[in-house]
Ligand binder design. Structure first.
Ligand code: 4AZ
Length: 738
């Protein structure tokens, strides 16, 4: 059989081409035909049976779903907590004691009043089952009652209960009803006046039925003191408990809570603390939820004179817990905003660096002399959650809303000599806020503000200096002297005397070089000293991998002023790490934004072996061909051993276009290349995170790159790739203040 024959026989091209006699056997034998007829009928029968079963099954499932969830009779209890402001009662101390006659009497009145209010709404009237007063507080001119209400409603009706509650509460707001004129809702039998009612759902985790213990503690914060989770710090907190601390300040004061230490399980589904701007766990007044360990001290303020701290723990894996100082601060102390007329001033969100309180509003009107402009610079910024419209908490500068936790463009220049800045926070989720500084600029040079190229230096007064490397070169080039400010960096205070192709450095030669050590693993990455508290390293060093929590500050130790691995002397400083901030857009595939800052757990005293390196603000130091230094304890050849003595080597900065051609992966404008084309001199494994530095014209060292990646180490026609530090100068400042 030739190939052609077989193709024609076994591979028909189109169904229309087929001869039906080729598809079915000729049925000449009636027995055979009958057998085939029978099997066809059986198939039809089986098909119909299957179809019917499927229909019956789906009907049954639907019925079950309807029965379980939607049938009118099957109801789900929804718990709300809320507050009622009672305007015609004076607060009595006995109201804080749930066993007192006064408490019982007033809570009965509150319950009666709630029932009356609910009964006037058809939805609430239908589903309301129960309410109880939890506690009272002294509102100064009012009494605040905190209560819990329960509604049994079918799932399909739960939203309408929400809506009905909202509408009833809105009809009671003082904006619509004058205070004291609540006659419509009053019954002759009740003698309390409801001025405001506000309720919200409760997080279902707080209603866990498996809890062993639920306890509430009442704390008066007028006398400052401490509170702590049970057993802190000697033993871990108990499993399966819900503990609530009800904190009350004097009227017209805020509650202030400062956590000294907070160490909980990392998973918030297991253990967490929550803080509420209320005495009941109302979701509308949730200030924060925290789990894991806090890397810096946290402090919070209430909007009124109450706050609730809740600790919920799961059955297993318990941790030390927390300790916090409580105190009170007068409401008036948080007066913010005002008119600012000086040429230069700082302003911040209320109580910065504590988290700002909820429900605050501040307006600053900056008004400087005619002919000047205002440059506003945000040094720290964490306001609300990053979103386009900033609907919750925000800072508004001349109508432009800013929110989130890293301001991309943290400097704003006004169009005139006046600028209005507003800060607003809503009733829930507070953040650290902001600290800002404004200065005046001379408006005759506004064009200079935009023309400032990446190769010129922007002075504090907005003027561009086009000289090469004017920063910290020992000559004052800016009229306001800002080019010579903060110039202690980049020098070797005392010079006593791996890198592939490098040589041993002398002691004190690279006083900004840091060895980052993971507990139990030894040296892992390099870093550089930016100040007595901050280090710069690579984001890829602080990513979890192979089950090791490299992203967690408590895993790391920083060794500053070290020369030889394993050898420390009187100049060597060992510090834990309090906080790691990796660039939020770090990409583990492309190595884009491979940069991170680390805050040390305690400041270091700078010494002759521990000194900060300067950071460049412009691209002046990065011109191709510039000689640069690399240093580190990384491998001394590809795949080889780590160096014992700190290595140094000199490389040349390579033009980016040329570098992109050499490298197999993308080299972006936020990266830079350095090396020697003949190969042999390069950074390698273990040098990552360390500095690529150049000397400025004043002899100071500037860190232009962070060791990031490469194709192997020291290969011919390859280069080392570094994170281009000048592109991140603002980000570093925002995160560390350096
Ligand atoms: C590394 O693995 C690494 N040759 C760092 C730098 C270079 C290569 C590898 C550049 O940490």
């Amino acid at each position: 059989m030739d190939q052609m024959d077989s193709e024609q026989r076994f591979r028909p091209r189109h169904e229309a081409d087929l001869d039906p006699s080729l598809l079915f056997l000729p049925a000449s034998d009636p027995q055979v035909e009958k057998k085939h007829g029978l099997s066809r009928r059986r198939k039809v029968f089986v098909g119909v049976a299957l179809l019917l079963t499927a229909v019956a099954l789906s009907l049954l499932t639907g019925l079950l779903v309807w029965h379980l969830h939607l049938r009118d009779g099957t109801k789900v209890t929804k718990v709300y907590v809320g507050s009622m402001t009672i305007s015609n009662q004076n607060f009595l101390l006995q109201y804080e004691d749930p066993t007192s006659a006064e408490f019982i009497q007033l809570s009965e009145l509150v319950s009666t009043q709630l029932k009356v209010i609910y009964s006037e709404n058809s939805v609430l009237d239908k589903y309301f089952t129960h309410c109880s007063v939890q506690t009272f507080s002294d509102g100064g001119t009012d009494v605040m009652a905190f209560y819990q209400s329960e509604f049994d409603a079918p799932l399909s009706q739960q939203q309408s209960v929400d809506d009905a509650l909202r509408s009833v509460e809105n009809s009671l707001t003082p904006s619509q009803t004058q205070r004291g004129q609540m006659g419509r809702l009053m019954r002759p039998s009740t003698d309390i006046r409801v001025y405001r009612l506000m309720s919200a759902a409760v997080d279902p985790r707080l209603s866990r039925t498996s809890l062993h213990d639920r306890k509430s503690f009442d704390v008066h914060v007028s006398h400052a003191d401490q509170l702590a989770s049970p057993g802190f710090p000697d033993s871990s907190y108990p499993p399966g408990v819900l503990l609530q601390w009800r904190l009350r300040a004097d009227p017209f004061h805020r509650v202030r809570l400062d956590f000294g230490s907070l160490v909980l399980e990392d998973d918030c589904e297991q253990d967490f603390i929550r803080l509420y701007d209320s005495l009941v766990p109302s979701e509308r007044h949730l200030l924060t939820e925290r789990c894991g360990s806090a890397q810096k001290s946290l402090s919070f303020l209430s909007s009124g004179n109450v706050m609730l701290l809740v600790l919920l723990t799961s059955e297993d894996r318990n941790f030390p817990g927390f300790i916090a100082n409580y105190s009170q601060t007068p409401l008036l102390d948080s007066d913010c905003g005002g008119t600012l007329t000086a040429d230069r001033a700082n302003f911040s969100s209320p109580f910065f660096p504590s988290f700002y309180p909820p429900a605050v509003s501040c307006v600053w009107n900056i008004q400087v002399s005619e002919g000047k402009l205002v440059k506003v610079e945000f040094h720290r910024f964490s306001v609300g959650i990053r979103s386009e419209l900033c609907p919750n908490d925000y800072v508004e500068v001349d109508g432009q809303r800013l929110c989130g936790d890293s301001l991309k463009n943290s400097t704003i220049i006004s169009k005139s000599n006046a600028v209005t800045i507003r800060f607003t926070s809503d009733t829930s989720f507070v953040h650290q806020g902001f600290i800002a500084e404004y200065r005046t600029l001379v408006s005759t040079q506004p064009h200079l503000l935009q023309l400032c190229s990446e190769f010129s230096f922007l002075c504090g007064d907005g003027v561009c200096v086009r000289k090469d490397n004017p920063q910290c070169d020992g000559h004052v080039d800016c009229e306001d002297g800002t080019d010579e400010e903060h110039c202690e960096c980049g020098v070797r205070p005392y010079l006593s005397s791996k890198i592939v192709g490098g040589q041993d450095s002398r002691e004190g030669e690279w006083p900004w070089q840091v060895s980052l050590v993971v507990r139990g693993m030894g040296h892992v990455c390099g870093a550089s000293v930016l100040s007595d508290q901050w280090l710069l390293t690579a984001a890829h060093c602080v990513q979890d991998s192979a089950g090791i929590r490299f992203s967690q500050a408590d895993q790391w130790e920083a060794l500053l002023g070290m020369h030889m691995q394993g050898h420390t002397d009187k100049w060597t400083v060992r510090r834990g790490v309090r906080r790691i901030v990796a660039h939020p857009r770090y990409n583990a595939v492309t190595f884009q934004h491979d940069i991170a800052v680390m805050e040390l757990d305690a400041n270091v005293t700078l010494n002759q072996r521990v000194w900060p390196i300067c950071l460049p603000t412009s691209a002046n130091h990065e011109r191709p061909g510039t000689h640069a230094w690399i240093s580190g304890w990384g491998s001394t050849k590809e795949g080889g051993f780590r160096a014992s003595v700190l290595q140094k080597a000199t490389v040349q900065i390579i033009n980016s276009t040329q570098c992109s051609k050499l490298m197999s992966d993308d080299v972006t404008d936020h990266m830079m290349c350095a090396g020697t084309l003949q190969g042999g001199v390069d950074a390698c494994q273990g040098d990552s995170g360390g500095p690529l530095s150049v000397t400025g014209s004043g002899g100071r060292f500037f860190q232009v790159g962070v060791v990031s990646w490469g194709d192997g180490c020291g290969r011919k026609n390859k280069a080392g790739v570094y994170t281009r530090v000048s592109k991140y100068r603002r980000w570093i400042k925002e995160q560390s203040g350096v």
